[in-house]
Write a protein that binds this ligand. Sequence first.
Ligand SMILES: Cc1cc2nc3c(=O)[nH]c(=O)nc-3n(C[C@H](O)[C@H](O)[C@H](O)COP(=O)(O)OP(=O)(O)OC[C@H]3O[C@@H](n4cnc5c(N)ncnc54)[C@H](O)[C@@H]3O)c2cc1C
Length: 259
Amino acid sequence: MVGALGGVIGAVADRLQRKHEVDLRCGISVTALEGDDVGRLRRAHLSDGSAIDVEVAVVSLGAMRNTEWLAGSGVAAGPRGIACDAGCRVFDVNGIVTDDIYAAGDVARSPHPLLDYQFLALEHWGNAVEQAEIAAHNMICAGPDRRPHLWLPMFWSTQFGVNIKSVGVPSLGDQLVVAQGALTEERFVAVYGYRGRVIAAASFDGAKWLGFYEQQIASGAPFPPEYRTVDRRTETLEPIDPAFPDPGVPREDEPRFHV
Ligand SMILES: Cc1cc2nc3c(=O)[nH]c(=O)nc-3n(C[C@H](O)[C@H](O)[C@H](O)COP(=O)(O)OP(=O)(O)OC[C@H]3O[C@@H](n4cnc5c(N)ncnc54)[C@H](O)[C@@H]3O)c2cc1C
């Protein structure tokens, strides 16, 4: 969660897990699973040299973009995906947009106006479906009728009864304010700023507010927020560092969207 929402919110999720007696070990991985004579799982070996007795392992999978087959094809494809414009038209290796090759889904990365035209790839089922619809529409339309695909990333999860939801791109945030509620109560809305604009919001048991923040992101509302909010616990909205990990340092948890 540190990769997706930063260390400040990650610490809240950490507390939540430990409060419910989860033996949470961050920054280490499973190096081997050991079974007994009849093939039952018995032990997990960890990268810090320790081992724990276990009966069940939940394997969490990520995804890699299969773009190797496009090597030498002339399109702008690489490990981070296939570069295309907001209308899903693929760029060639020289950065010139093609007019007869389209990309959609996890593999497509395109410039997003809300992110200063940085390339964004989203790994969500709903994004793949909507982007494919846009690609199909644009294939059969003349220039002026083409539509852009400008999806905002969002995800949700429920942990120990707490609803966690995010909209926008928190990992771009250079500052964060707790606009509603309090981190200590595990009920809050944190708003992320990027170069003086609202870029994302994350809520713990506050999902009903995220539609509002979605509009704030879409309209490029100034950050820190200047309005008074409901359930505000401090008189000042003092921005703090959201504490995202250094992108240059490899991590074992990757966010489900990539800039
Ligand atoms: C473990 C896991 C859990 C997920 N959970 C969620 C979730 O809860 N909610 C959510 O919204 N999203 C979730 N996602 C993401 C979601 O699955 C993807 O965003 C979505 O499937 C993307 O659709 P897609 O069509 O772009 O790619 P894919 O579904 O990956 O389809 C691409 C297809 O292309 C095929 N292919 C690759 N290379 C070639 C080739 N050379 N020729 C022909 N075919 C090829 C692949 O075999 C694959 O079938 C999850 C992903 C993973 C890995």
